[in-house]
Design a protein around this ligand. Structure first.
Ligand SMILES: Nc1nc2c(ncn2[C@@H]2O[C@H](COP(=O)(O)OP(=O)(O)OP(=O)(O)O)[C@@H](O)[C@H]2O)c(=O)[nH]1
Ligand SMILES: [Mg+2]
Length: 186
């Protein structure tokens, strides 16, 4: 036998996995802006409400594992329409988005999580309180944050406007998703 076949070139092989993430929240909280900031490093002040869903992708590294994040940016909840359970199906994680300047968007988080859990069961998630660049106008207090933490939300402050917290938020969620036990196959 050729003993040279045991030689390696020293490059550890990188694994690659694909994970579906849905962005969920009330309309106008900044879901599309967070994806744009994360994927394209851009921010638009003009508001174009999402119709249906828009899917983007970006690869992140969690430890040495490449994670291809499929980002499903869903139309936000408003008076006329709700999050569509069919879009949620197959999600490995959920990125909740609230707007720190609009307390009602934070109050909706519990109900949104219930909607998600009813549709697909409990999945890893993160809750971004967005528009941190407008923190002077925030109605979101430390007590509100404590209340969310007490209800097991993983809270992070973000600004799609400046980029603060955005990479962190997606990377943390990718890490949670990767650490989650796969649903038992039956
Ligand atoms: N100042 C500031 N404005 C933001 C931020 N993120 C989003 N916006 C603005 O908020 C408005 C709504 O942002 P979108 O990203 O479209 O919100 P959305 O959650 O995708 O809205 P729907 O698609 O309707 O559910 C836009 O005018 C954005 O420019 C932020 O971090 N800071
Ligand atoms: Mg949108």
């Amino acid at each position: 036998m050729d003993t040279d076949t045991t030689a390696t070139n020293g490059n550890a092989r990188l694994d690659m996995v694909q994970k579906k993430i849905c962005l969920v929240g009330v309309f106008g909280t900044g879901k599309t802006s967070l994806v744009q900031r994360f994927v394209q490093s851009i921010f638009a002040v003009k508001y174009h409400s999402t119709i249906g869903v828009k899917v983007d992708r970006k690869e992140v590294l969690v430890d040495r594992v490449g994670v291809n994040l499929l980002l499903w940016d869903l139309a936000g909840r408003d008076a006329d329409q709700d999050i569509s359970p069919s879009y949620l199906r197959g999600s490995h994680g959920v990125f909740y988005v609230a707007d720190g300047t609009r307390p009602e968007t934070v109050h909706e988080l519990d109900d949104l999580r219930r909607l998600v859990t009813d549709a697909i069961g409990a999945v890893p998630s993160i809750a971004a309180i967005n528009k941190a660049d407008l923190a002077a106008d925030w109605k979101f207090t430390p007590a509100d944050e404590q209340a969310l933490l007490a209800r097991d939300f993983q809270v992070i402050h973000t600004s799609a406007g400046t980029g603060t917290g955005v990479d962190d938020a997606f990377n943390r969620l990718a890490r949670f998703v990767l650490a989650a036990r796969p649903p038992h196959a039956t």
